[in-house]
Design a protein around this ligand. Structure first.
Ligand SMILES: Nc1c(C(=O)O)ncn1[C@@H]1O[C@H](COP(=O)(O)O)[C@@H](O)[C@H]1O
Length: 166
């Protein structure tokens, strides 16, 4: 018997991206959305990338979150090989602060869509929230959890600034 496939795949080009992409995983955890995280690189593991992207829908995934830095071809290449929605997270690179990653992911030619998020942590968190919103179109309980998440976020914002602890 095979375990049921989680709805979200979080893939990343390198182990070094996990620090950023863990924010997507943590956000999905907070929303009670299952995921699987894998290292898949268009550059270093092209056969693995091809097999993953070609098989993702049959495996049972519904949404793919793909994070990569620098010459970040992973989200676009995966999007070219599947009809699942792909959300790209530009990982902040050291040399160009993630602008290289952003441009690599966002400037897709017409016909191959990648939903591109912000550079770094904000992008990873929002990719998870966007994935959850897609899944919530057909899942009222998840929609309720998303509404609760938004309510808690609003409640956490103070009226006045306070000094940070040193
Ligand atoms: N952009 C890609 C791809 C890809 O797009 O397939 N594979 C790895 N990388 C990126 O190389 C950066 C440096 O990787 P290392 O830290 O392993 O040297 C990472 O941010 C990774 O996403």
């Amino acid at each position: 018997m095979t375990a049921e496939c989680p709805p979200v795949a979080i893939i990343m080009g390198s182990q070094s991206d996990w620090e950023t992409m863990k924010n997507a995983a943590d956000t999905l955890d907070a929303l009670g959305v299952d995921y699987e995280a894998r290292i898949v690189s268009a550059h270093r593991t092209p056969d693995r990338m091809y097999a993953f992207a070609k098989g993702a829908r049959d495996e049972g995934f519904k949404v793919i979150i793909a994070g990569a830095g620098g010459a970040a071809h992973l989200p676009g290449m995966v999007a070219s090989l599947t009809s699942l929605p792909v959300f790209g997270v530009p990982v902040q690179s050291k040399s160009m602060s993630g602008l290289d990653s952003l441009y690599s992911i966002v400037q897709m030619p017409a016909g191959i869509p990648v939903g591109t998020l912000a550079i770094g942590r904000a992008g990873a968190v929002n990719a998870a929230l966007l994935a959850a919103r897609v899944l919530a179109v057909y899942d009222d309980e998840l929609a309720d959890r998303l509404d609760d998440w938004i309510t808690r976020q609003t409640a956490s914002v103070g009226d006045y600034p306070v000094d940070e602890a040193p």
